[in-house]
Each structure stands twice: as structure tokens, then as C-alpha cells.
Design a protein. Sequence first.
Length: 451
Amino acid sequence: MTEKILVVDDEQDLLLVLDRSLTRKGYEVQCAESGKAAWKSIEETMFDLVISDLAMDDLNGLELLKRVRAADSTLPFIIMTGVGTIESAVDAIKLGAYQYITKPFKMRDIEVLTQRALEYGKLHRKLDSIRLHEEDDSSAEMIIGSSKSMQNLLRQVEKISDSDAPVLIQGETGTGKSLLAKKIHESSSRRDNPFQTIDCGSLKDTLLESELFGHVKGSFTGAIRAKRGLMEEAQGGTIFLDEISEITLQTQVKLLRAIQEKDIRPVGGNKSIPIDVRFISATNRNLKEETDNESFRKDLYYRLAVVPLYLPPLRDRKEDIPQLIEFLLEKYQKRYRKKISHIRSNVLHMLRNAPWKGNIRELANILERGVLLAENETLTLDCLFTAPDGIFDGEDKGRVVTLKDAVESAEINVIKNALESTENNRTQAARVLGISRRALYDKIAAYDLNL
Ligand SMILES: Nc1ncnc2c1ncn2[C@@H]1O[C@H](COP(=O)(O)OP(=O)(O)OP(=O)(O)O)[C@@H](O)[C@H]1O
Ligand SMILES: [Mg+2]
């Protein structure tokens, strides 16, 4: 399928050059001479990429980007800027542009960037569709655990779910903290009201505060409109503060105030808004210890951890592994429409005894790969642990590559590009990628991408 690119610039000459060179590369190119014309085309046609000038009279590049983002979260957008407008270019990245390129540029550069942006868009859409798919599958939400420690935990959960007591969930990565938070909400009388999640690791200070508490118009650069905070959006329901250990001391003070006073003040505003929400937080650190070295406020800790819950690592509840395997295999067989009827005993043995540093998420990933790679109905060690060679060098055209591996190699590319284009600034790279810094660090480690 030919990929469609929309090129927007009020400079005819540049449009012509770009049209010619991208068409020669095999893309279908459409040109627009103004922001307004571009928006009209976008409303009519499904593009795979927009490359737009920044400064245009009627509707500039940033405004166009904003409109696009409101309608489509995955369409990649490249901004072209003249010299001296770098700051707006940075704004563009914040608004969700894939990348910016400074004029004048070499055709080769824009071609490479185009290719990467298209790849990025494809990956984004694929992940989105998998997620969508998953949401209507209610069995995906089940909590498996017949081990003693999980049964204890689940009994505790049953007792506290329907109270308004703040819950702090601690446990290693992948042990099911997010899943448990959702489950608590769903077993409470707040279940018909919203459940709002905020990843505290992905945003810093003002941005995090504005996400949480909202902001008034003009309270900081980029606050073009007043915005309601998630706490207000969660009214009557539950707010899930994920990676709570990541919030700065400044934000901790404000959060403490909100919990104590049961009201919030939007950033830049002076009117307070009463809130009725239940707080659930999660962290994979030992938060109590963080209060000892003063990176986390004690008073806030005690407010959040009225009910402390601990999810044990998978290696300490090996009894749960077979049941988890069964449950997860079921899920992936459905997802990929494949049938697995047997599993070799050495596989079971290995799965029971692996260290599972990534806990259930890691187990799930391995089984997902296994289902994809299985050639008959039997799950063998080979399908679990051997990645086909040659996936990453792009030389071996004849090989059949699975969806999972395709997604993984695309993900690796996208991460490498983001690191390259931000000169290895991981905070910026995470922002460009739209994931939390923690998630980026995890991925860098998982794929061994340390530059
Ligand atoms: N007890 C369980 N039964 C079934 N599936 C589970 C269970 N625990 C976790 N999972 C699944 O494992 C994956 C990881 O769980 P989850 O995202 O909740 O972990 P987490 O502790 O929040 O991880 P992180 O610290 O990285 O945010 C999810 O797909 C989740 O559905
Ligand atoms: Mg989580």
C-alpha cells in the first residue's frame, strides 16, 4: 500500500521540490499551500504523515498540529522551521510533533526523517489497535492467584475495596499493581464513576500539576485554554497515582493539601474546587525508605498508605505459575487465532523455575511469543526462547517475521531514533516517544540499547 504524505508550505518552490523527491521515493504526495487548505485535505483524506511549515499566515503549523492532535493521536507530524524559530519547534514537539527539521535542509535528511516518521506511525497504530482490542475483552482483567500470599492479599482487598480509605500498592514491576488498582475501583461503590490514571513518572512539576489539578488560561506558556485536572475528572470515582515515588517535593506539598482539604486549586487559579475522589497509588520502590532519606514526605506517605498492600514477586509464589500459564495462553490463542493444546514438560519446568525479574509481564511476553512462534499445537522450548536470527539487520528478506518481532524491532528503531535526535537526553526522548522516563529506562535495559 502506498503511503500518503501531505506537504504543507506557503512557499511554492519548496513544495515542488519535496513533491518531486518524495514521489520519486514511492510515496503518494499531496501538497497544500496554506494551513487552512491543509486542514481541509486532512478532513477529507487519511494521510500517513504530515510535513508542515511552521510560519504560515492563515493557520500556522502549530495550530494545524493542534487540530490534528485533537482528531488523531497517532498521525505523525513533522514541522519545518526557519532559523530563529527553534523555540516554536520545541513547542511543536510538546504538542506531539514527531520531529522538526530546520530549513534549509538536505533532501536526504527529510527522506530519512520521513521514513522514520512513517515507521513510528505504523507502530503507534498497531499498539493502539492491540490495546483497543484488549479493552472489550473482560477476561483480560482477571486476577489469577491461588497461592497463599495472593489469597491473603485478595481477602484484604475484598475488605477494603468498598471504603474510601487511600490505598498504596507496592510491588516489583509487572506484579499486577495497575491491574489491582482497577480491580479495587471496580469492586467499590464508586465503580460507576470514573477511574482516572496518572503516570507521575512521565511528567514534571507544572505539567504534572496541571494534569492533576487543571490550570487556568494563560497560567504558563502553552496554557492556551483553561483545562480541567484529572482529579476533577475523577469526581465521585477513583484516581490512580501510578509511580507515585516520582513526584517532586513541590508537587507532594500540593497533593498533601488536596488530600487533607478535599479540594484542589488549578495551577494559576485562586478559586478552590471541592473534590470527592478515592486515592490509590502505586510504586515499585520502598516508599517508606524514601521517607527516611527525605525524598518523600512522611506526612504524605501516611496519608496515602492508610491501607498498604504488597504484591509479592512471582518467584515467591511459584504455585500460581501453571494457572497463569493457562490463563495467558488462552488469551493469546484468542488474540492470534492459534491453537495450543500441548506443552512440553521441560517447558513447564523451566517456566516454573525462571527468576522472573519482570514478573507476570515477563511471563506474559514470553508466552505471547511462544503462541506466535508455535508451529504445531505444542509449545516447545524453541518457540519460547529462540528469536529468529536476522530480524534486526534487514538483509534477510525471505524470512517470515512474526507480529511480535516486527513490533519489537520497530520499537527498537523508534527508541534509537528518539535518543539520537535528542542527543541521548532521555527525559526529552521519553517525551518524544510519549512514554514515561521509567518505561524508557526499562526498554533501554530490556533491548540493551545503552549508547
Ligand atoms: N494476578 C494476575 N493475573 C492475571 N494477569 C495478571 C496478574 N497480575 C498481572 N497480570 C498481568 O500482567 C501484566 C502486568 O501487570 P501490571 O501492568 O498491572 O503490573 P504493574 O505492577 O503495574 O507493573 P509496573 O510497575 O511496570 O507498572 C498485565 O498485562 C496484567 O494484566
Ligand atoms: Mg503499572
